[in-house]
Design a protein around this ligand. Structure first.
Ligand code: UDP
Length: 326
């Protein structure tokens, strides 16, 4: 296949690029490098540019015979989306509409779209299946849900086929530590805790110890980034074999509390994670755990790295590598 990966220099996108190359596919990347890094793409051709630029899209779609598009490029900081929703709706919704129009006009498809567990909001049932009500708590989640809605309507009206993949907590790194998580600023639990353990940060703030969970801290479903990458490839194959437009939840189906993650990090690294207790973070549900049985059934998806310890070992190897010799 020849696959266009939009946002292929970012965290999850770069792991898909690696997986596509390993499986012998051709890769073309569009990335504006606003949050990605050119050297995160382990191969393929990079077109540096804005995926919302219709002229660029016309050029790319005219010049290349594509078997599919995977769209990762988006803004992902929940708290920023609350204070600057215009920025989120513009980038995540308006630019994505430009992309969908261009794909439709050039008859390019199918599309795999990066969605999120944030489309569900506060869960009413755990584990969360695809039919769980969607009620996002912030503009970030709302922007992703709007695109899912556009995709359903594009299918009904134009026969434009897509799969939305709703990630729970993406974590870990390439098992060979060539690439990994590099957000700037970093807001995610595992890299921040590892950096605190290494002394690169003063302490990890634990956002709330008064939740109704096993130990009072929030419970999340951590899924290895390489397993997420595999799901994209399977979703492309599913659509290319005639699969219907739909959305799949992607997680391991097992929840770990912030405290349990910290204990696993201490076990893996042999270091102590300095912490300070902080108030709850706005919009954090107590528990988010996926029911990913539909992805298993319809995509044949089987996570390879479902142990939290393995996920953290890979994140740790990457974090040490990117910090250089100590
Ligand atoms: N968390 C925390 N301190 C941090 C970052 C995250 O206590 O510095 C908690 C956060 O409140 C949530 C969990 O860790 O319960 C996972 O957060 P993350 O930002 O990694 O992912 P999210 O669940 O928001 O997608």
């Amino acid at each position: 296949m020849k696959v266009l990966v939009i946002g292929g220099c970012g965290y999850i996108g770069s792991h898909l690029v690696s997986r596509l190359l390993t499986n012998g596919h051709n890769v073309l990347i569009i990335d504006d490098l606003s949050s990605g890094y050119a050297d995160s793409a382990l191969g393929g051709e990079i077109q540096v540019g804005d995926f919302g630029d219709r002229k660029l899209l016309d050029l790319v779609f005219t010049k290349n015979n594509l078997d599919g598009v995977v769209h990762f490029a988006s803004l992902i900081q929940v708290s920023e989306s609350v204070v600057d929703p215009a920025k989120y709706y513009y980038t995540n919704v308006s630019k994505t509409l430009t992309l969908l129009q261009a794909m439709k006009d050039h008859n390019v498809g199918p599309l795999i779209f990066s969605s999120t567990a944030a489309v569900f909001g506060e869960p009413v049932d755990i584990p969360i299946t695809e039919v769980h009500p969607t009620s996002p708590l912030n503009p970030y989640g709302a922007s992703k849900l709007m695109v899912e809605q556009m995709l359903r309507d594009f299918d009904l009206a134009y026969g434009f086929r897509s799969v939305s993949l709703r990630y729970f907590n993406a974590a870990g790194a390439d098992p060979e530590a060539r690439i990994g998580e590099r957000h700037e600023p970093e807001t995610h639990l595992i890299p921040i805790a590892l950096q605190a353990a290494m002394g690169k940060r003063p302490a990890l703030k634990v956002f709330g110890r008064d939740y109704d969970t096993c130990d009072g801290t929030c419970v999340r479903d951590y899924i290895h980034v390489d397993d997420l990458a595999c799901a994209h490839l399977l979703a492309l194959e599913y659509l290319n074999k005639g699969g219907q437009t739909t959305a799949f939840n992607l997680g391991n189906g097992e929840g770990f509390s912030v405290q349990q993650v910290l204990e696993t990090i201490e076990k893996v690294t042999g270091l102590q994670v300095p912490t300070i207790d902080a108030p709850r973070r706005d919009g954090d549900p107590a528990r988010l755990v996926a029911d990913a049985s539909a992805a298993r059934k319809y995509l044949g998806w089987r996570p390879n790295y479902s142990e939290l310890e393995t996920i953290i070992q890979h994140a740790w190897a990457w974090e040490q590598k990117r910090s250089g010799p100590t």
